[in-house]
Ligand binder design. Structure first.
Ligand code: SAM
Length: 191
């Protein structure tokens, strides 16, 4: 698989641009973003390489024969991970509760419904995905835990949960239902 250096450079640029710590950075060229666009997505502030390292581990671990692995980003925001996953060969989708972010993602990454869709993660069905990715979508801790328990219960046997900054997957109490593939990158397999 190619790890899409141009996309990663773009995403780093966008993340820097929308990051709360880096308001002074210039908008990436060739993105016709308006002032209204710019008020969204200000809180993601981390490097693309951590996700890329996670994808490299997934590539080693996934044994889906004869079809593209299905992938969902739960709380996908503007959908950059969905774009990356699609470029890497996944049958990838994203859901988010914020229509403005989805609209911005459609504009930046050309991802249209049903690839990005408006949905509440707390009601969604996770049973059909090979990879479930989430980056702590819900600020409220008890609701985030409710979401993670829902995912843990619904994820199919053998599927992979890739969940940086999670609340429950790291704990030994889940050892009957999860095998940890990478502590460093928060990757687990449903048993
Ligand atoms: C921390 S951002 C993660 C964005 C992206 N997945 C990433 O890793 O860069 C969390 C996202 O979850 C979304 N979100 C929050 N609550 C949600 C819910 N109940 N259902 C779906 N999305 C939700 C937010 O709108 C936000 O876009």
């Amino acid at each position: 698989m190619q790890y899409e250096p141009r996309l990663c450079a773009l995403v780093d640029d966008l993340l820097g641009y929308f990051s709360i710590n880096d308001r002074s950075k210039k908008c990436p060229k060739n993105f016709n973003l308006t002032n209204t666009d710019l008020k969204y997505y200000w809180f993601i502030n981390r490097k693309t390489w951590t996700v890329i390292e996670g994808f490299k581990i997934l590539e080693e671990e996934l044994k889906v024969k004869g079809k593209l692995p299905t992938f969902i980003d739960v709380g996908c925001g503007i959908g950059w991970i969905v774009r990356l996953a699609r470029n890497l060969g996944y049958n990838a989708y994203g859901i988010d509760i914020d229509k403005d972010l989805l609209d911005l993602g459609k504009k930046i990454f050309n991802l249209k419904y049903p690839i990005l869709r408006l949905a509440n993660a707390l009601n969604y069905d996770y049973s059909k995905y090979d990879v479930i990715y989430l980056y702590h979508p819900i600020f409220n801790h008890s609701l985030e835990r409710e979401l993670e328990f829902r995912i843990l219960e619904q994820a199919k046997k053998g599927s992979i949960i890739f969940a940086p900054a999670n609340e429950i997957f790291d704990y030994d109490s889940q050892e009957d239902s999860l095998e940890t593939i990478s502590y460093q990158y928060y990757i687990y397999r449903k048993l």
